[in-house]
Design a protein around this ligand. Structure first.
Ligand SMILES: Nc1ncnc2c1ncn2[C@@H]1O[C@H](COP(=O)(O)OP(=O)(O)O)[C@@H](O)[C@H]1O
Ligand code: SF4
Ligand SMILES: [Mg+2]
Length: 342
């Protein structure tokens, strides 16, 4: 999220997603602003219902017809919100690859693996049949499929969950995307497989010099795999900044609570997982003020009345929307704590 515009791949400004209901418009996502640099990995985190998938659907033009997307979503300098549908499809198809939580919702069980990978590259890169096949087999090999030629000719249902997700990743890479988005891509998998898939995504991002967005409810997933972090709560960005800085010194009370709920390696195995007491607000009765007020141990009267604006730290890279932020650590403390978590 640094540098001039040339370095920015995705630029979201005041993005909102509003649902039309019989009782009037309902904001599911409001005023989401962030910039994603080229070759940068961004983690989007927050509890279930925070609006993470809604944001990704908004970016990908996948929102249902009763949801209106507003604001600016710039991809490589072009505003997709204002763009005709066909052009947007072509742009997204060429530049963005997507991996979902359940590979079977995006892989067609009745179509052979090879054809599913070839379809995208033949359409968007205009490759011939033989060329597309050779590339697909190379991709299957890169994502760690043991026998890529055999896999190419098989149906997806023949493979385990982890292997299906590898196939899904190969499909997402078919058009050499500049941005790979993984929305809870490992949530449905066994813990050991999760780590393998996350390591694969991280390696591919580096090798292919892509940008990546990892969407997750699990902060441990993004800790060592992303450069930047965006924390969503109640459909709003509550904190963002360089991942190391946010982990070392969170300023928003929600981020602090979320971080203290992540199990630490140095805790005994039987330690009970801490959770944040209470539940996130329903979009239908979100409070007028800070969305976290009902659960926040530091809440003051003002928090319930007014929406806190974004406060930026000295270099403008770390922002938080909180009236009573966690005190900033003294000089030197951030670096020391960052070292301790890495
Ligand atoms: N198609 C939809 N119609 C109405 N409300 C929706 C729809 N999809 C999601 N929502 C609501 O929008 C909010 C954000 O959902 P979502 O983005 O899926 O959360 P997350 O991915 O962070 O768990 C939730 O309150 C959810 O109930
Ligand atoms: S604005 Fe107030 S209620 Fe919201 S997180 Fe900060 S202290 Fe808590
Ligand atoms: Mg989701």
């Amino acid at each position: 999220m640094t540098g001039g515009d040339q370095d920015i791949l995705l630029d979201c400004e005041a993005v909102s997603c509003t649902l039309a209901t019989s009782r009037g418009p309902l904001a599911l996502l409001k005023d989401v602003t962030f910039r994603l640099g080229r070759r940068t990995a961004l983690g989007i985190v927050g509890e279930s219902g925070a609006g993470k998938s809604m944001l990704i659907k908004g970016i990908m033009g996948l929102t249902p017809s009763d949801i209106t997307v507003a604001g600016r979503i710039g991809l490589d300098g072009e505003d997709m919100v204002a763009m005709p549908e066909a052009r947007k499809r072509a742009l997204l198809g060429r530049k963005v690859g997507m991996v979902f939580q359940n590979p079977m919702t995006s892989l067609n069980p009745f179509v052979r693996v090879g054809r599913q990978i070839d379809e995208a590259s033949r359409l968007h890169l205009r490759l011939g049949k033989a060329e597309a096949r050779a590339r697909a087999i190379a991709l299957l090999s890169q994502v760690g499929i043991p026998d890529p030629q055999e896999c190419y000719a098989e149906y997806p249902h023949r493979f385990s969950g982890g292997m299906k997700q590898r196939i899904m990743i190969a499909t997402a890479l078919a058009c050499e995307p500049e941005l790979l988005i993984a929305d809870e891509a490992t949530t449905a998998l066994d813990v050991t497989v999760q780590k393998d898939i996350l390591d694969l995504l991280q390696a591919l991002q580096g090798q292919r010099r892509m940008s990546m967005i990892l969407v997750t409810h699990n902060l441990a997933v993004v800790a060592s795999r992303t450069d930047e972090l965006l924390v969503l709560y109640g459909g709003r960005v509550v904190e963002y900044g360089p991942t190391e800085r946010v982990f070392a010194a969170p300023r928003h009370r929600y981020t602090e609570a979320l971080l203290s709920a992540v199990p630490r390696m140095d805790e005994p195995a039987h330690t009970r997982l801490r959770t944040i007491p209470g539940r996130p607000p329903d979009p239908q009765d979100r409070p007028a003020g800070c969305p976290f007020a009902a659960r926040c141990p530091a809440a003051e009267e003002r928090c319930r009345q007014e929406m806190p604006g974004m406060t930026l730290d000295a270099d403008g890279r770390h922002g938080f929307a909180c009236f009573v932020p966690v005190p900033a650590p003294g000089p030197g403390a951030t670096a020391a704590r960052a070292e301790a978590t890495s």
